[in-house]
Write a new protein. Structure first.
Lengths: 211, 214
């Protein structure tokens, strides 16, 4: 499933270039909009990072099932003996990897524009948050795929549950960038949240994907 | 032996009635044509038979199993051709089938056989969005028989098919139980032993045995 989605994206290049362009644009605007200096950059950069990731994530995960709906292929897929949980896992994995590709553009650009360090701790915090955001984003995207107002509903449903990832991810990134504050175990909390939501969304997938 | 036994099938969409008390039985190896005007309930009925939808009320058994409960189990023995082909445009014809081989648990070697069966062997590497509408329909039919199903449910499969479409449908339906919705009475007469006519969600008359025209 993931290979199918990634192959389709590789051949069409519909999503990743647009998302990469968006995140760089967000950084450019933030760079001009905020008075960035060496003192406030570690405090501002995490917020800009998560804002760009949230919007990019909403687009990436929303497309995961919207595309299947547009192609009328979701029903054909569900008409096989394949487990809905496996289908969901494949979709979430592909969407997460596409977002990681955007992060591969976003993080170096963030380091460049804001002159903040790009360390292993920053990258790991972002990747850990991406896992949890991906499973939640894809679950709600599957739920709203059949609804006309899905572009409106998806953020309303997803953002409240993304807040812990944004909070702890932001703290972990801020500490890694030398901004101080936050809990010392933000990364540990992200791992706990990932495990919790991966399990819950896998169980819920069957009820969401099948009528 | 009856493969499909349905009693009082009713499907409501809010205040609208899609199917109203439809009774149906289809024997093993039988080909049944479902006829009716647009909006008669053909697609609604076929989606229920394919386990793509649950009826609002009524009972349906397929291969002796309750089709509203054992849906996943039955999907391994049912092949369904819906209105829309549901293909992945960026993947080639062969890649579309290979993907469904994985979902169906079927060996990928089957892809070549199916492409030959539906007449798309020469277009195996062409992206699905570059195929003609008729070729896409052939590919969708091929996908439906990839796992060698015992029951075929075909919703207007002749749409967009060329003059060879009837032969193709005859080939894929051979040796299987099949329910096919179509507007083409001549096609129904050629492929099927019985017809069921729907009007406004209800069966009109009794299922009729067709005369085979030699």
């Amino acid at each position: 499933m993931a290979r199918k989605d990634l192959t389709s994206e590789w051949r069409t290049r519909e999503l990743v270039p647009a998302l990469a362009q968006f995140v760089v644009l967000a950084l450019v605007i933030a760079n001009f909009g905020f008075q960035i200096d060496s003192r406030n950059a570690p405090a501002i950069a995490p917020g800009v990072l998560w804002m760009a990731l949230v919007f990019a994530g909403l687009v990436a995960f929303g497309r995961a099932f919207a595309a299947e709906r547009e192609q009328s292929s979701l029903e054909a897929m569900l008409m096989t003996p394949a487990s809905p949980a496996a289908i969901f896992a494949g979709k979430a994995l592909a969407a997460a990897l596409l977002l990681v590709l955007c992060e591969a553009v976003l993080l170096p650009a963030l380091a460049l524009f804001f002159s903040v360090p790009l360390s292993f701790e920053v990258v790991s915090a972002v990747l850990l948050a991406t896992v949890g955001m991906a499973v939640l984003g894809c679950l709600f995207a599957a739920m709203v795929a059949r609804v006309r107002a899905r572009e409106l509903l998806l953020p309303l449903l997803t953002l409240p549950l993304w807040i812990p990832f944004i909070v702890f991810g932001g703290q972990a990134v801020q500490v890694a960038m030398g901004g101080g504050g936050g809990t010392g175990n933000a990364s540990g909390l992200l791992i706990d949240l990932d495990i919790l939501f991966v399990v819950l969304t896998s169980l819920a997938a069957r009820f969401v994907l099948d009528d | 032996m009856s493969v499909i036994v349905a009693a009082s099938l009713t499907q409501r969409f809010g205040s609208e009635v899609g199917l109203d008390g439809v009774d149906l039985d289809v024997d093993a190896g039988e080909h049944l044509a479902v006829l009716g005007d647009n909006g008669a309930g053909k697609t609604t009925l076929l989606r229920i038979l394919a386990t793509a939808a649950r009826p609002t009320s009524g009972r349906i058994e397929i291969f002796g199993l309750n089709a509203t409960i054992e849906r996943r189990r039955l999907r391994g023995v049912i092949g369904f051709v819906a209105h829309a082909p549901g293909l992945y445009p960026a993947l080639s014809a062969a890649e579309n089938l290979e993907f469904y081989c994985t979902l169906q648990g079927v060996d990928r070697g089957r892809v070549g056989e199916v492409l030959e069966l539906v007449g798309l062997a020469e277009l195996a590497r062409r992206p699905a969005d570059k195929l003609s509408r008729g070729a896409q329909q052939r590919l969708a039919i091929g996908r439906a028989v990839l796992h060698d199903p015992k029951l075929l449910v075909l919703d207007e499969p002749d749409a967009s098919l060329d003059s060879g479409g009837a032969d193709l449908l005859a080939r894929v339906m051979r040796g299987r139980t099949a329910v096919i919705a179509t507007h083409d009475h001549a096609l129904a007469n050629r492929l099927c032993q019985r017809t069921l006519v729907l009007r406004r969600g209800r069966v009109v008359g009794v299922p009729t045995r067709l005369r085979v025209v030699q």
